[in-house]
Design a protein around this ligand. Structure first.
Ligand code: KG4
Ligand code: ZN
Length: 340
């Protein structure tokens, strides 16, 4: 089965062709980062307009790189939420138009489910039940996955998502956007123990996260140091902040695996591209005898190949979408799954 997949939930205009659920024949991501950078974050209205402009050429390039004609396709898959409503509508409308014109089945994919399935593109050996840590710009979720399409949310953030914390701190420190990669880069030569920053454990067995206090702690630290006329080492601050986020993510994920007696962990989402998180999660999982899988960094951040993979498994279990499909900006795992 050859699926053309479309992803436009935020500021990346993406299209991919995935064959048999696993083989990536093409994976094109047109990043709008340069467009939004001067605003320090994504401007939804501008993102919608850029998707409108870019989606058709991006789909054409994806088809060209896959060396296929539209007649060779077997299905269309698209992200329908969660995300920004305008951007989602561009993808959903054009996917529906293509499915209708080509008379093909349509798969509606939850963006978070897409992130999880980036793992299935690359790893053929994933066993259920698995515990998934989803860390992106909008979400920090711990999800129990008992089979394809079977999810139970067991932990989430009370305030900022992990990626959002990276973005907000980078913005405050004037390091650029998106925050994750620039903070990772800035902290390379820094000492992660140099600056004591708080960790929100929220009680012994809590699987909830909170990152807004950490962001505030970084801001007050910088303001205090500057007021005292002391220079702040950007490298030490970036490394210490990154370690404060990573330590909580790693410890709570491992605690959840123990709590639910799970021996497979999957990491997913943009923050899973972070080398410190990958290293620490690997180290701690190995120590606990747990199998850990994560996608290659390029498949952690938003892309359409992961949507094609999730769409494949959806269609395999007969969960196609109707032509009445609409964008659902607030879609969660709880509203799921066959609500269209
Ligand atoms: O999954 P994603 O591409 O889009 C969403 O669904 O949100 O995640 C984007 C988020 C941004 O907050 C970005 O700063 C963060 O992932 N991110 C990283 C890294 N690369 C991207 N955070 C930490 N380290 C990275 N290397
Ligand atoms: Zn994402």
């Amino acid at each position: 089965m050859r699926i053309l997949a479309i992803e436009t939930s935020c500021d990346d205009t993406a299209a991919a062709v995935v064959e048999g659920g696993r083989v990536i024949r093409s994976n094109v991501v047109a990043s709008q980062t340069a467009v939004h950078q001067k605003f320090g974050g994504v401007v939804p209205e501008i993102a919608s307009r850029k998707h409108l402009e870019w989606l058709t050429p991006v789909v054409e390039v994806a088809m060209e790189q896959a060396a296929l004609n539209f007649g060779d396709l077997d299905a269309i898959a698209v992200t329908y939420g969660p995300g920004l409503v305008g951007p989602l509508l561009v993808g959903v409308s054009s996917a529906k138009a293509m499915a209708y014109a080509l008379n093909l089945p349509l798969a509606a994919v939850n963006h978070l489910e897409g992130h999880i399935y980036a793992n299935f593109l690359e790893h053929a050996d994933i066993e259920f039940p698995a515990l998934v840590l989803i860390v992106s710009g909008g979400h920090t979720d711990l999800v129990l996955m008992s089979g394809h399409g079977e999810y139970r949310l067991v932990g989430q953030t009370r305030d900022d998502a992990a990626g959002e914390a990276f973005d907000k701190v980078a913005r405050f420190l004037e390091l650029g956007y998106p925050g994750g990669p620039v903070i990772e880069q800035a902290g390379t030569s820094g000492d992660p123990e140099a600056i004591a920053l708080p960790r929100a454990w929220l009680g012994a067995d809590s699987l909830e996260f909170s990152f807004s206090g950490l962001k505030t702690a970084v801001i007050s630290f910088v303001q205090k140091e500057r007021a005292a006329g002391r220079a702040v080492s950007m490298a030490d601050l970036a490394a210490s902040f990154q370690w404060a986020v990573v330590e909580v993510l790693v410890e709570k994920t491992l605690a959840a695996a123990r709590q639910f007696e799970i021996s497979t962990i999957l990491a997913a989402g943009g923050v899973a591209a972070n080398q410190c998180l990958r290293f620490q999660l690997t180290r701690r999982s190995e120590a606990q005898g747990i199998r850990l899988r994560f996608p290659a960094p390029a498949l952690c951040t938003d892309n359409a190949a992961m949507i094609g993979c999730a769409g494949f498994y959806r269609l395999q279990r007969g969960a196609g979408a109707a032509m009445t499909l609409n964008a659902k900006p607030n879609l969660s795992f709880n509203d799921e799954i066959n609500d269209m």
